[in-house]
Design a binder for this molecule. Structure first.
Ligand SMILES: NC(=O)c1ccc[n+]([C@@H]2O[C@H](COP(=O)([O-])OP(=O)(O)OC[C@H]3O[C@@H](n4cnc5c(N)ncnc54)[C@H](OP(=O)(O)O)[C@@H]3O)[C@@H](O)[C@H]2O)c1
Length: 217
């Protein structure tokens, strides 16, 4: 498949590298064209560089891998107001987290994923926001023999099916996280987990096994 990437930072690098390995064609874009070109070169022959607008219209899916405070500017530069992203599959991995407090900048309003959907009229799927970039670089991310599970929130069945193939291509297990209106929960989960990790807690240990989820019997 052809994947346009908005962003040339760490998540663009981690996921782009993996998707190139999985056989996809990529177009990388960034506000500093030389940084995007360097990333495309690092990824290899499967990747080329383009403008935000070119990456938005490159192919079958678009990855939004921009720091939250730059998202709306980048969507504007990608031509969102002209409909360049309308009806496209857009994977949103952003986390609008206040760095010091580890709360959400979007608290009290729509999630970042819903804001992206409103600005683009794309079929947005929230995904890949719960793990550090180095986890996405693992081939594959398997812990204690269990594949990493990747929850997806989105409204469009075809978009969700496409993103599930991107997840399985990384050796991970896609999980249905519900509709896009639940993306706020994924964004909040990231903020909460990051807080636990920074405090040195084993965040994985806060969740009981499934058989205890609804009681002990
Ligand atoms: N890194 C992780 O482990 C991780 C994990 C899960 C989710 N996320 C989320 O994924 C998104 C990307 O993270 P990242 O680690 O890849 O970030 P990053 O490396 O810091 O930067 C990503 C991209 O955002 C661009 N950018 C930053 N501020 C901008 C602005 N004001 N206007 C336009 N572009 C701007 C950067 O451009 P320049 O290179 O020119 O600065 C870069 O192309 C973030 O929303 C983050 O919360 C990150």
């Amino acid at each position: 498949m052809r994947i346009g990437i908005l962003g040339a930072g760490r998540m663009a690098d981690a996921l782009g590298t993996q998707w190139a390995r999985a056989g996809h064609e990529l177009m990388v874009s960034g506000r500093a064209p030389e940084k995007a070109a360097a990333l495309a070169e690092r990824i290899g022959p499967a990747a080329r560089v383009g403008t935000f607008r070119e990456a938005a219209t490159f192919g079958d899916a678009v990855l939004l891998a921009i720091r939250d405070d730059g998202v709306q500017d980048v969507l504007a530069a990608a031509g969102a107001a002209d409909g360049t992203l309308q009806g496209r599959v857009l994977v949103d991995c952003t986390n609008p987290v206040v760095p010091e407090k580890l709360t959400l900048k979007t608290a009290g309003g729509p999630s970042m994923a819903e804001r992206v959907a409103a600005a683009t009229r794309a079929h947005v799927v929230k995904a890949f926001n719960l793990c550090h970039e180095d986890v996405w670089r693992m081939t594959p991310p398997v812990f204690d023999g269990v594949k990493l599970a990747v929850p997806l929130c989105g409204d469009d069945p075809d978009a969700l099916a496409l993103v599930r193939t991107l997840v399985t291509g990384l050796g991970c297990e896609p999980i249905d996280g519900g509709a896009l209106e639940r993306a706020a929960l994924l964004e909040a989960t990231a903020a909460f987990m990051i807080g636990l990790w920074f405090s040195g807690a084993n965040a994985q240990a806060v969740i009981p096994p499934l058989k205890y989820a609804f009681g002990a019997h």
